[in-house]
Write a protein that binds this ligand. Sequence first.
Ligand code: TSJ
Length: 641
Amino acid sequence: MAKNSNYDAKSIQVLEGLEAVRVRPGMYIGSTGRKGLNHLIYEIVDNSVDEHLAGYCDLIEVILEANGSCTVSDNGRGIPIEMHEKGMPAERLVFTTLHAGGKFNNDSYKTSGGLHGVGSSVVNALSKYLDVRVAKGGYIHHDRYERGVPVMELVNGLLPKEKRTAMKGTKINFLPDDEIFEKIRFSAEEVKSRLHETAYLNPELTIIFTDKRDGKCETIEYHEPEGLAGFVKDINRNKEVMHEPVTLHGVSEDIEVEIAFQYVKEFQENVLGFCNNIYNAEGGTHITGFKTQFTTIMNNYARELGILKDKDPNYTGVDIRNGMTAIVSVKHPDPRFEGQTKTKLDNPDAARATGKITTEEAVLYFDRNLEVLKSILSCAERSAKIRKNAEKLKSNLLTKQKYSFDSNGKLANCESRKPEKCEIFIVEGDSAGGSAKTARDRNFQAILPIRGKILNVEKASMDRVLANAEIKSMINAFGCGFSEGYGNDFDIKKLRYDKIIIMADADVDGAHISTLLLTLFYRFLPELIYQGHVYIAMPPLYKTVPVRGEGEYLYDDKALARYRKEHAGKKFTLQRFKGLGEMDPEQLWETTLNPETRRLKRVEIEDARMATEVTETLMGVNVPPRKAFIYEHATDAELDF
Ligand code: TSJ
């Protein structure tokens, strides 16, 4: 009896804990939009990856089920189901106690990605239902929750003879709660990309993804035995590479370090950091340790080989990393995170560990691969020359900037000087720019027209980027400087506008302009994206003009189909907007500028792969995928009205 009442008391406490999650879901998963929704899957999958890291599982299966739920299963030991000291099965503790995950996982790495590494109980709390099946010891154990509350006793069933020894592992099936999430449709593309990434980071793991929704059944298997080297190759797949990927690994201070890099013939560095399998969008100590030591080594080699003479200054880190694609992955027993989005690794020992392994291993490699060393150094030499040119141009640009805020070429600035109120619209073409200037609320809306297609920064060197008039006028207008690599003049506090809104036509050319601008921002002003200042305006495609009553703006063909259905039999004419230039100022105000009625999509960069994909798929030669990317992202994103 005593045991029972203890159990009840515990259950009540537990329910109160999970109730807090339902009251403020954003605190636990970041958002209740698309990002938070997909996060539920990663949260569950990470448990199986932990089991893999502990050495007990090599297969994970993820299924997007026809009914909208998600199934994740692995072939590990199965969540423990023994009675726990607290009077309930350990499995129940996992699903009903906040942060219970860590307690059972002391022997392996926590895949806590920082802010939102919250565990399976949060997923449980935010699911309409969650079914757990654990197979071990010849039995299958079944438990079920609804909105976090257990709705049955744990059932133990004997497995059929032929499965008794073979079947083991954990299987979770859950349906996100539509009372919590704005939309409950998972994004297959995003989930696949994340699973693929997980496969690259865990070369001995196989992940099978199946999408059974919409009457189809598409399966894809991710197994990447080449690991990080394969990951780097994949990122560089459309580029001209200079050598085979180089991998460095080792363990130092209990931290496992793995690094892969490969140079391409392009002006850009792309260094991605992972800690315990989680992408660190803001980088951190592991990246710093690698970069610092790599710079030192390469400068030492340059002097040894006589490429740098005594009187020459060292190459900068940015010179040396021009053209480099690298992945730095660490496994840390106790990671700490900081930064705006809590994705920046903060442990000083991680910097020491990556630094030490980089020095030891890179020297081993370069001593045996002189040609690769020399070609990287000749890249650095060329980059240094370009940098010196760029520095001249930049100092010109920055001195001019002080005086040019109000008379910046074509910028029609707003009257307010309060950045938190101000918006700037980047508008393609002088004619649309002209209408926008007439239509706007000049009190807080600035218009910057840019002409034609801006420079593709992905393919251009720094000095050419800085010499580009359109780019100069943008950087001047924003007021916050810009960054190259991680060393920078960028200062977000100086940003003059809270919202930077890309305004382009809803057609292929418009999509191209938007992606060029996004690439520019991603490369030189990434903080603007991370901190959510960049938006894309979503002008409508149609306006309906009914015989009687008010017309309606329609933003896509789905909306048009819906309108036709809802107004079946009624007569109306359809005005189709080919471009922003075709709208009169009043329409432009109503559809695209007026905060009360317009639609904006905030630009987010999901994860490492998405980020590199933005620049790759979007900048590639073929137009259709590019268009698909923008519009796909535009439609399933959280719209900000
Ligand atoms: F927690 C969860 F529901 F999110 C979840 C956990 C979801 C999925 C799909 C898998 C898992 C999971 C947990 N897979 N494998 C495990 N393993 C354990 O929890 C486990 C098993 C045995 C022992 C042991 O010490 O004997 C320890 C652990 C942590």
